[in-house]
Ligand binder design. Structure first.
Ligand SMILES: Cc1cc2nc3c(=O)[nH]c(=O)nc-3n(C[C@H](O)[C@H](O)[C@H](O)COP(=O)(O)OP(=O)(O)OC[C@H]3O[C@@H](n4cnc5c(N)ncnc54)[C@H](O)[C@@H]3O)c2cc1C
Ligand code: SF4
Length: 442
């Protein structure tokens, strides 16, 4: 069982105690992949799965050390599990939830926490819609609504680095009270390909560690063969990397050229592109994530053989881990070939991301001068590289000084900027409801 399964099961149990277990359907959401357990899990054995997106039974889950010299090592096998697209799963779950009377309001973003007179969370408010960039009301203006007092529990399920969840964590000092360390994160970037039927092995999973990442950067790749000749291929990069010149998007494009991967993709086409951060904090921050999970399972299995004294503590928070640029040399990435690797505009088009241009900026700089006074001169503008949507670009102004331009309409809502900005100067807030990536098979 993966740590993620474990957490979901714990949550499922908790909700079941309150008769809320069906609500779990709306908590599993639209990024990444779900290994859905057959029994005692999110969905129970024996239910009618007719019309569900579940495609293939997960067959084998090998862990490979990927280098040009050698590819070896087989590890954990996950059985009795299904492999499916999480966005398809969630859409299917939404229909099931609605059949059970759950009301779902897609296209509305929760922008504010509401408290009662005892300073307890009483609900949320959605943001106003139809506000122009300059703050004026447009013709389609609609006041946000308060949702409170209708239920006993307000459950925030915003996923990794939720904007309201972070506020609650700070407001109630939850980390301090739980004696938890800071959270650490990784950025996952992936594509869904349709490949040649002769190369497709439904249910087959490949996990790798190492190349193209260097030895100082944690991370690994995954390849999942789903149904209908669809394959998900992606790279997860821990955001505590030090080199400000590292570009996770370019590392991912490089990965696909490995001789163990490229032949599988040749002749295929990309259906979708996307990115999202995930919690990687480990036990010290409540959760066990994919990258340390993979790394630890490899070390545990092959080196320590079950005798690991896991008393590790995190290092610095991810934003503090970035070194100043003069300690590193720029990394030169190969140009995309347009067949296996792609430029950013092509990938963004495949993400279906969309935001109304005329709305207040949802990516806010606490101090607008920090990019030109600190980020660019000291860190060589790392936001122009870690953002998997090239939202941040440094361009020369009339006097030749580099200024930050924010292309907020490209944002994939991955939250990497909120996490990795060296001075924690970027605040991700919810855009007008309905904006964001339009994933259908991710
Ligand atoms: C590349 C990648 C690969 C992964 N692979 C796997 C895997 O193989 N197996 C696995 O088990 N896990 C995997 N994961 C992790 C998995 O995707 C996550 O654990 C899971 O998606 C978390 O679900 P969630 O509902 O908590 O958050 P999310 O999936 O992030 O969903 C949160 C939802 O809330 C919405 N939202 C956020 N804030 C607001 C707001 N204020 N108002 C309204 N809506 C809001 C978001 O738009 C989103 O739809 C992967 C993650 C990534 C990034
Ligand atoms: S702007 Fe921030 S949240 Fe949006 S895609 Fe870039 S890094 Fe991710």
């Amino acid at each position: 069982m993966s740590a993620n399964d474990n957490n979901l099961e714990k949550l499922h149990h908790l909700l079941a105690l309150r008769g809320l277990d069906r609500l779990l359907a709306v908590m599993v959401s639209d990024c990444g992949w779900a290994f859905v357990r057959w029994s005692d899990g999110v969905l129970r054995g024996g239910e009618d799965y007719g019309g569900s997106p579940f495609a293939v039974i997960l067959s084998v889950c090998p862990l490979h050390w990927l280098s040009w010299e050698f590819v070896l090592v087989e590890s954990a096998v996950t059985r009795n599990s299904f492999l499916c697209s999480l966005s398809q799963l969630v859409r299917w779950m939404a229909t099931k939830a609605e059949e059970l009377g759950v009301e779902i309001y897609p296209g509305f973003a929760a922008s504010e926490i509401l408290y009662n007179k005892n300073h307890e969370v009483a609900g949320i408010a959605t943001n106003d819609m139809g506000i122009a960039k300059d703050g004026s009301r447009k013709d389609n203006f609609q006041r946000g609504v308060e949702l409170k007092g209708m239920w006993r529990v307000t459950l925030l399920s915003e996923g990794c680095r939720g904007s309201l969840s972070e506020k609650i964590i700070k407001e109630y000092k939850l980390r301090e009270k739980g004696k938890a360390q800071h959270q650490t994160y990784a950025l996952g970037i992936k594509e869904v390909w349709e490949i040649d039927a002769s190369k497709h092995q439904p249910g087959f999973v490949l996990h790798t560690l190492g190349w193209p990442l260097d030895y100082n950067t944690y991370g690994g790749s995954f390849i999942y063969h789903m149904k209908d000749n669809l394959v998900s291929v992606g790279l997860v990069v821990a955001l505590n990397y030090q080199n400000p010149f590292l570009n996770p998007y370019e590392e991912f494009q490089k990965l696909k050229h490995h001789p163990a991967i490229k032949p599988m993709l040749e002749g295929g086409s990309v259906i979708q592109y996307g990115a999202r951060t995930l919690n990687e904090g480990g036990f010290q921050a409540f959760d066990y994530g994919l990258v340390p999970g993979l790394t630890m399972s490899a070390i545990e299995h092959y080196i320590l053989r079950g005798r690991s004294p896991w008393t590790l503590k995190h290092g610095k928070p991810d934003h503090e881990a970035t070194n100043v640029a003069n300690l590193h040399s720029p990394i030169h990435y190969p140009k995309p070939d347009g067949v296996i690797s792609f430029d950013m505009p092509t990938s963004l088009y495949r993400s279906n991301t969309n935001h109304d241009h005329d709305q207040p900026a949802h990516l806010r700089l606490k101090d607008p001068l920090i990019p030109q006074q600190v980020n660019f001169p000291e860190f060589a503008g790392p936001e122009s590289r870690y953002c998997p949507a090239r939202v941040y670009e440094y361009l020369p102004d009339d006097s030749g000084d580099m200024k930050l331009q924010i292309n907020a309409q490209n944002c994939l809502h991955c939250k990497a900027c909120d996490i990795k900005d060296p001075k924690q100067n970027i605040e991700w807030t919810v855009p007008e409801g309905g904006g964001g990536p339009g994933y259908s098979v991710m």
